[in-house]
Design a protein around this ligand. Structure first.
Ligand SMILES: Cc1cc2nc3c(=O)[nH]c(=O)nc-3n(C[C@H](O)[C@H](O)[C@H](O)COP(=O)(O)O)c2cc1C
Length: 429
């Protein structure tokens, strides 16, 4: 395999990433609450030799969402542990919040997944945008954006110390002398920082990868800074090719400044994809999804994904002046910029122009066109592949695996078998 080998991550979202997906797919509406649904998707992604599947985590849902979207936000590690049992090779990436977990406990859960899956675990480090999370965790206030990222640095530092708390060769297994493991090979974190105090070692030996793979999807300067320091896989990326090339160059420069090698960082931006046998068919599928989209959902979702509580706003009034300032999360900045351009316009109009969620771009076309898109972006040096968000599932993922993957393989640009068995091995250039 050449240095140009592509990498793909499958974003699993109930019925697909488009908000109308659940209204057009065959699922009986409750299927997304059962393991067979996720197992089917994971096996399809593995059939396509993808590097990983990915599960997001939203630890507080604004209630408007239950009207418009399937709500299936299970604990990602529990789902991935079940999927570890029905797959063999594919990486298993789950999201975990640095604002609403304890680092030792999170280190333990991801290391457990790494053990149970034979070295396939990855952690998507998020700081959690929604302020609604605070009330679910008994906190009085949601820390602001800068504060969350400051904590995140210390949090990840502690997690990696916990993962490193057993040497690789600590297990002795000397039955005769009754020595299970060598105590001299333990390295307790004994960490005392600004936000966290963590003393002891993990309650089991080092996992197959040692450290599960670190993933980051922040889009703000602080998010990119965290990625540069720690991430081996980055999901974010701007929508245009020119901007993505620039983003990659800046990320690489920051990775170098953090004392790391950019070759150790894969960039797989999230991309919503709608495929069809012909261009007309793909367009018709995408148009059907858009026709069903709800303007009520759109304005509420734009606020929610910007870290605001939609229930606290009047959609027929302008965005309050104090929220039109610069700063805060990247999505809030987007909303604020739109409101500054049209200060008198009602919120629902401002928000309508901003698509919610992680997929900023929607690719619509044939497998051949999508293969060309992927290769053009990789050849320009912008990406190593993509995080594929099927607008509907399992249709788009199956179409990708059955029709796009063979094209990329024929061109010698994508693996024809898994050569490694851990997620980190899959991600190697
Ligand atoms: C592909 C992708 C997946 C994401 N998954 C999650 C998630 O599961 N949970 C979450 O709270 N945020 C998630 N985010 C949001 C990011 O962590 C981040 O908060 C957001 O991109 C805004 O960036 P900023 O925090 O640097 O402003 C995701 C973003 C992207 C692009």
């Amino acid at each position: 395999m050449t240095a140009d080998s592509l990498h793909f991550n499958a974003f699993i979202w109930p019925n697909g990433y488009h908000e109308s997906a659940w209204r057009v797919v065959d699922d009986d509406v409750r299927g997304v609450l059962g393991l067979p649904y996720y197992a089917g998707i994971a096996r399809t992604a593995e059939r396509g030799l993808m590097d990983s599947i990915f599960l997001a985590d939203n630890i507080a849902i604004a209630e408007y969402r239950v009207t418009h979207l399937p709500q299936t936000q299970f604990d990602p590690i529990s789902v991935l542990s079940a999927l570890a049992a029905v797959t063999e090779k594919i990486g298993l990436i789950g999201t975990g919040s640095t604002t609403y977990n304890k680092p030792w406990e999170l280190a333990r859960r991801f290391a457990t997944l790494d053990h149970l899956s034979g070295g396939r675990a990855g952690w998507n480090i998020v700081t959690t945008i929604t302020p609604l999370a605070a009330a679910n965790f008994g906190e009085k206030a949601h820390p602001d954006h800068a504060d969350r990222y400051e904590r995140a640095h210390e949090f990840v530092d502690v997690v990696t110390r916990a993962w490193d708390s057993w040497d690789d060769d600590a297990i002795v297994g000397d039955r005769e002398n009754g020595v299970w493991a060598d105590r001299a090979k333990l390295h307790a974190p004994r960490f005392h920082g600004r936000f966290y105090d963590v003393e002891g070692v993990l309650p089991f030996p080092r996992s197959p990868q040692g450290r599960p793979v670190l993933v980051q999807a922040g889009q703000s300067a602080a998010g990119i800074g965290l990625a540069a320091r720690y991430a081996e896989l980055v999901f974010s990326g701007p929508p245009s090719l020119a901007a993505a090339v620039k983003f990659r160059a800046e990320l690489d420069a920051q990775v170098v400044a953090a004392g790391r090698d950019p070759k150790g960082v894969r960039v797989l931006p999230a991309l919503m994809v709608t495929l069809g046998g012909t261009e007309a068919e793909a367009k018709a599928r995408a148009e059907r999804l858009e026709e069903l989209a709800s303007p009520e959902f759109r304005w509420q979702n734009a606020l929610y994904t910007a870290g605001l509580d939609p229930d606290a706003f009047d959609p027929d009034a302008p965005l309050p002046a104090e929220l039109r300032a610069e700063g805060g999360s990247s999505r809030l900045q987007q909303l604020a910029a739109a409101a500054r351009e049209r200060p008198e316009a009602p919120l629902r109009e401002i928000a309508a122009a901003i698509t919610g969620g992680a997929g900023q771009v929607h690719f619509v076309g044939t497998p051949e066109q999508f293969a060309d898109h992927v290769l053009t972006w990789q050849d320009a040096g912008a990406v190593d592949g993509f995080t594929i968000m099927g607008s509907t599932l399992p249709y788009e993922l199956a179409a990708f695996v059955d029709h796009v993957v063979p094209i990329l393989q024929r061109k010698g640009r994508y693996r024809t078998e898994y050569t490694g068995s851990t997620l980190r091995e899959h991600l190697a250039p």
